[in-house]
Design a protein around this ligand. Structure first.
Ligand SMILES: [Mg+2]
Length: 414
């Protein structure tokens, strides 16, 4: 660089440089931002920072600018600027406040996290308790904004000054007490780069347990439920209970498969979740301790990139009561997550797993973010985060995707 090519002056002032915080509040209408900066332009000030929010038609516009030095061609001073801004604000029935100080914003503390809160509804009491819990960890709330108003109220707190793990532990306790869902994730590019989502099927992607739908057709619901209960009590492992339950389906006509496919009910928000993730370039898969006879149909219907499950053996048009091939169990689900991630070219740290059952736990803990979805307490406690509202699309908010972005993507695709 030659001496004549001096770098452009930076707008970031040193700590001792005088700055003015200009705050405008009032009824929002088009042209306020342009009007304020047009007013400030006459004083040749530099813009250091701008924040603007509009809540129920009211605007709060904050501008941090350098203080006029009186060296502008018109010799204008800080006093002149104050008078002009107030007169402009008065003419629009806005309130203006101008606060003198020095330097830029206080730097944000080390250790930055996003705290996503899902309330159904979100009460003032919960909000107070969450904010107090954040403060008690030594964290500072830098920003708060709403991610969604539907189907739950979702807000995100940007917090700095405390390690993400400390915050997660403190807020997990608070969430359980308050009955709201709180997810804490580390800030940074990693969060924007989660690129593979793998879901359990029964009671996660769909509302049903597929084996129970088959059992209803075979008239052995009671027997299947007894085996399930024994597995829950730890008397049988997943593979034993799978074989015991499938055995009860022996002799069932293969036409039942088609009926069961029709009976499967997607979880509310499932289509929105998958559609939005796909539009954002994510890859999406399912792993199930259930059956390919159902997951293959779901893969086609939803356009999933990956699907793996157990396969019911069918011979001469009848279920044999056996499954073929490798069994997808608790360890198998985690193995499949790794395999999908490898095929997708996505590091494990950038994967998200969602599930409700004990056999999802290894998968949830293998993923970069494990989400327990309306899960049993044992699963909820072991997962990174829990969602306890019955809407699968709320997982989008945990990834920092707003309802507005979801709806905008839908509109563009129409
Ligand atoms: Mg499940």
């Amino acid at each position: 660089m030659s001496a004549s090519q001096t770098p452009p002056a930076t707008a970031v002032p040193g700590d001792d440089v005088p700055t003015l915080l200009v705050k405008i509040f009032g009824k929002d209408r088009p042209g306020i931002t342009a009007g304020l900066f047009d007013t400030l332009a006459a004083y040749s000030v530099d813009v250091v920072d701008i924040e603007q929010v509009v809540t129920r038609g009211r605007i709060v516009l904050c501008a941090l600018v350098t203080t006029p030095t009186g060296s502008a061609s018109n010799g204008a001073t800080e006093g002149d600027l104050r008078a002009t801004v107030h007169s402009w604000a008065d003419s629009l029935h806005l309130q203006a406040e101008i606060i003198s100080g020095t330097g830029d914003n206080r730097p944000r503390g080390i250790g930055r996290s996003h705290v996503t809160v899902l309330g159904h509804p979100l009460t003032a009491e919960s909000t107070s308790a969450i904010a107090a819990a954040i403060t008690a960890t030594g964290g500072n709330i830098d920003r708060i904004f709403r991610l969604a108003k539907y189907p739950v109220t979702a807000v995100e707190f940007a917090v700095s000054g405390t390690p993400t793990d400390t915050l997660r532990t403190a807020l997990a306790t608070e969430a359980a007490v308050l009955g709201v869902d709180i997810a804490v994730s580390a800030s940074g590019l990693q969060r924007r780069a989660q690129r593979l989502v793998v879901m359990d099927v029964d009671s996660t992607l769909i509302q049903d347990e597929v084996i129970e739908l088959f059992a209803a057709h075979a008239g052995c619901e009671q027997e299947v439920a007894e085996v399930t209960a024994r597995a829950m009590r730890g008397e049988l492992d997943f593979e034993q209970s799978l074989h015991a339950r499938v055995e009860l389906l022996a002799g069932l006509d293969a036409s039942v498969v088609e009926q069961v496919r029709k009976e499967v009910r997607l979880t509310p928000g499932a289509r929105t979740l998958v559609r939005t993730l796909k539009r954002l370039g994510y890859q999406v898969g399912v792993v199930s301790g259930g059956f390919t006879q159902v997951t293959d149909a779901l893969q086609d219907e939803l356009g999933l990139d990956f699907a793996s499950a157990n396969t019911l053996e069918i011979v001469d048009g009848k279920l044999t009561g056996k499954v073929t091939g490798d069994i997808v169990d608790r360890a198998g689900k985690a193995r499949l997550l790794r395999s999908f991630a490898q095929q997708a070219g996505v590091p494990l740290a950038q994967t998200v797993a969602i599930g409700d059952g004990a056999n999802d736990l290894d998968m949830l803990n293998t993923a970069g973010l494990g989400v327990a979805f309306n899960a049993k307490p044992v699963v909820r406690e072991a997962a990174h985060t829990a969602v306890n509202v019955p809407f699968l699309d709320t997982v989008l908010y945990l990834l920092g995707i707003t309802r507005e972005e979801v709806e905008a993507a839908d509109t563009m695709a129409d």
